[in-house]
Ligand binder design. Structure first.
Ligand SMILES: Nc1nc2c(c(=O)[nH]1)N[C@H]1C(S)=C(S)[C@@H](COP(=O)(O)OP(=O)(O)OC[C@H]3O[C@@H](n4cnc5c(=O)[nH]c(N)nc54)[C@H](O)[C@@H]3O)O[C@H]1N2
Ligand SMILES: Nc1nc2c(c(=O)[nH]1)N[C@H]1C(S)=C(S)[C@@H](COP(=O)(O)OP(=O)(O)OC[C@H]3O[C@@H](n4cnc5c(=O)[nH]c(N)nc54)[C@H](O)[C@@H]3O)O[C@H]1N2
Ligand code: SF4
Ligand SMILES: [Mo]
Length: 730
């Protein structure tokens, strides 16, 4: 029996690829990108192309496990570790699902009785972005329980809020339009590593004469392929964007008509950018004044120009301001009107489904709390575990996340996870850094083994991901686990009996009441038949945009261009109906209502640089996905783990040569890495990559150095704003 199943990649990646899984006698034998998906275009990234090795890895968690009384929390000591392997976990014993669910529910009950349900903390993030696996039955369960709410700030909250403050909705240029751009700016995004399906569109544009500019403090693979690479000091992008607008406004290169009709606060912006002369901006950003002027002129005059902005530049103290200022650029040049213009940070606002129906926040009222539970910021996990009181956190349920690797201030996170009085459950596919601190580990399915609904944040196609194979061992999906736990806790509400299909239908049905107008007519049955469906975006063939495209590209192009989506060509869904270059909301939060540059407290511009003179980027690996994939044998050779990338100008005075073992340290921690003097970073900066602590020879993770200091907007983390020093280990 051979069949091909349509699925969708649920990993935390803008591309949300259509995936075809070939199954033979119940076993997946082949995985490939869906050639019919207009953005996937038949290929997968290198890591997911190896997905069979992940699904069928001997290291999978296959059964519920409980920590043995004789083993304390924490990684195995080095001797035991040597004898063990990732799939032979001597600290754990196998138990049945019944025993596991009984133990979890009885511990939750007794903790809730003694400390109140807010003493229980769910901790989840991007393991799966499937709509149900990410946020459905789990939210219902924790809302009904009255558990603390988790503020999921660790990735994109800052950028999202900043984007909304200007545009009013999280929409952006669709990837298919980049092929028509003449100038593309990849700004704080690693296209080759993190958004690889945009690359073929950029290549098409370049074959047609477009130029690619990359603005990134780290010389990524994308930067190496660029026509013009501008290394920038981390956390200074707001100054660069304001400096560009200084030139664009000063030289009268902006679109008067668009500004007049569609923006609010242009006068305040014009006043603000006066101070941002190219010379001052050059001193902050490290980019020459002449280059700033040229970039501004190019951006305003080479049309159409598209900006692909990444989340990299919002992982620092100035994150909100960075995103805000860059987002203003197409609003003053009027680039939103043009096919191949505009900007993309995310497209997620296109998928406004009925989230209430899935998450059921109202259930908190039925919990013993009888009100909304307190909110804990996931970026401050270390403090939450170590210092939160009233009540303290007594239990944590981790799923879709690996906080012992990905959370900032790792040493303090570990101190919290080691607390003997903390009851920790981890629902996982693998024995990660976090399972080392678990009391109970539950086995999780991969996307091959369950069904889900898949949205995207880098394009506008919605998909159903069908189940291709039976769950391995006793693995259960997130939905199944929380359904079972709800039954154990005696939650009798109807919604705890919903099936996966019920929830997909309810999500899509939001279309009926206006909350999801772009899902009108998109049903589960259609998705099952067609695999992917483009959202019903407005501005279809025949509209004003069609005529404009016709003028721009000639009438023969129109059958193709007629259905391109120009989200802000005719205005903005903000309260004022205009792009808000001046924001009352930000003013109310005590922030600069336009945008302003304040040097980050951990940067070369700050006093702290006297003690720790190097700015460190604790980056993602091109071939892992945050900490996912770094344990997969066939993926590991694509990355070099344990590197510290450093400029010769910083290595030489420290007597550090290529290949030397070095200690990287600050007040929060220290890690041993291998020096690589390869020209990827400029003087004054170093870079290292995220991975599992327990796979490193000395059991450390790069987040020992990062801090849980929050940034300027939305409570986001500051992973990329971190001062360190480096010394050679003799
Ligand atoms: N291969 C791979 N793909 C991934 C991921 C992965 O780990 N690996 N992670 C996924 C996730 S969770 C996300 S959120 C996305 C994120 O993908 P991106 O939006 O690309 O974000 P980052 O990789 O965090 O950062 C992008 C680039 O920003 C640069 N950068 C850092 N600080 C600054 C700054 O201050 N200014 C500027 N201009 N640039 C800066 C970094 O050097 C990096 O090259 O990728 C997703 N896709
Ligand atoms: N130093 C540094 N730290 C960072 C970043 C950085 O760039 N540098 N990036 C930050 C960013 S942008 C993000 S988004 C976060 C990411 O933080 P996380 O979302 O925690 O990311 P992962 O490390 O990929 O861990 C996800 C885990 O979920 C598991 N999983 C996958 N599917 C399922 C499922 O269906 N059910 C269950 N129960 N589990 C599943 C995977 O096996 C994996 O171990 O990390 C942040 N941390
Ligand atoms: S991780 Fe991203 S690029 Fe790779 S298959 Fe999944 S969606 Fe596509
Ligand atoms: Mo992320």
């Amino acid at each position: 029996m051979r069949k091909t199943v349509h699925a969708a990649c649920p990993h935390d990646c803008p591309d949300a690829c259509g995936v075809l899984i070939t199954v033979e006698d119940g076993r997946a034998v082949k995985v490939q990108g869906d050639p019919a998906h207009p953005v996937t275009r038949g290929f997968l990234c290198a890591k997911v192309a190896k997905y069979l090795d992940r699904v069928y890895s001997p290291d999978r968690v296959l059964y519920p496990m409980r920590r043995k009384k004789s083993f304390g929390k924490g990684p195995l000591d080095s001797e035991t570790r040597h004898a063990a392997s990732l799939h032979n976990q001597p600290a754990f014993e196998r138990i049945t699902w019944d025993v596991a669910l009984d133990e979890i529910s009885s511990r939750f009950r007794s903790i809730a009785a003694e400390f109140g349900p807010e003493a229980i903390l769910p901790y989840s993030y991007g393991g799966t972005l499937g709509a149900l696996g990410n946020a459905s039955m789990d939210r219902r369960f924790f809302h009904r329980l009255g558990a603390s709410q988790l503020d999921r700030t660790i990735c994109s909250e800052t950028g999202g809020q900043a984007l909304l403050s200007v545009l009013g909705r999280k929409l952006g240029t669709e990837p298919e339009q980049f092929r028509h751009s003449k100038l593309i700016i990849a700004w704080g995004i690693n296209v080759h590593g993190n958004n690889v399906h945009l690359w073929p569109f950029i290549e098409e544009a370049r074959r047609d004469g477009a130029r690619l500019v990359v603005i990134d403090p780290y010389r990524t693979r994308t930067a190496r392929h660029a026509d013009w690479y501008l290394p920038i000091h981390p956390g200074t992008d707001v100054a660069l964007a304001l400096g560009m607008m200084h030139v664009i406004i000063g030289e009268d290169l902006y679109d008067h008509d668009f500004v007049e009709r569609h923006t609010l606060g242009f006068l305040q912006l014009r006043e603000k950018v006066r101070e941002y002369t190219p010379e001052r901006v050059a001193a902050w950003t490290g980019i020459a004044a002449a280059d700033i002027v040229k970039l501004a002129r190019d951006y305003a005059t080479v049309r159409p120009a598209a900006i692909r902005m990444g989340y990299g530049l919002q992982r620092c103290d100035t994150g909100g301001m960075n995103v805000r200022a860059i987002t203003m650029l197409p609003c003053i040049t009027g680039s939103w009107k043009e096919v191949g213009g505009g900007l993309q940070l995310t497209t997620s606002g296109g998928f406004a489904t009925d989230e209430d129906a899935l998450k059921r926040k109202d259930l908190m009222r039925q919990s013993p709390l009888g009100r909304d539970a307190r909110i804990v910021n996931m970026s401050e996990l270390a403090s939450a575990l170590n210092t939160l009181d009233d009540p303290p956190i007594k239990a944590m349920f981790v799923y879709n996340s690996n906080p012992a690797a990905i959370a900032p201030d790792h040493n303090q996170v570990i101190r919290g996870l080691m607390r003997p009085d903390l009851f920790t459950v981890v629902h996982e596919q693998f024995f990660t850094d976090t399972t080392d601190y678990a009391d109970i580990v539950l086995p999780a399915t991969t996307f091959f083994e369950h069904k889900d609904l898949q949205k995207a944040y880098g394009h506008y196609f919605i998909q159903v991901s069908n189940q291709a194979i039976d769950p391995l061992g006793e693995c259960r999906s997130n939905v199944d686990v929380f359904t079972a736990l709800a039954a154990r806790m005696g939650f009798t509400e109807e919604c705890f009996r919903d099936s996966v299909d019920d929830m997909i239908d309810a999500t899509l049905a939001g279309a009926k009441d206006d909350r999801a107008p772009w899902l009108e007519g998109i049903t589960r049955e259609r998705l099952e038949r067609e695999g992917h469906i483009r959202l019903n975006l407005p501005f279809h063939r025949g509209g004003e945009e069609t005529r404009r495209a016709e003028k721009q590209f000639g009438s023969s192009a129109v059958p193709q261009f007629g259905s391109y989506f120009l989200p802000f060509a005719n205005g903005f869904p903000t309260p004022s109906g205009k792009a808000e270059l001046y924001s009352e909301d930000l003013a109310a939060k005590g922030l600069d209502p336009v945008a302003t540059f304040t040097p980050p407290p951990e940067s070369r511009h700050a006093d702290a640089a006297r003690r720790f003179p190097l700015e460190m980027l604790a980056r993602k690996a091109d071939n892992y996905l945050n900490s996912t994939f770094c344990n997969i044998g066939s993926v590991q050779p694509m990355e070099e783990d344990g590197l510290l990338e450093i400029a010769a100008a910083d290595a030489t005075p420290r007597s550090i040569a290529e290949g030397d073992r070095v200690r990287v340290f600050n007040d929060r921690g220290s890690i041993t890495l291998t020096a690589r003097v390869n020209g990827t970073v400029q003087a004054g900066m170093v870079a290292a990559r995220l991975g599992w602590a327990k796979l490193a020879p000395e059991g450390q993770n790069i987040n020992v150095l990062t801090s849980e200091r929050l940034n300027d907007l939305g409570g986001g983390p500051t992973f990329y704003s971190c001062l360190v020093d480096v010394e050679k280990i003799s």
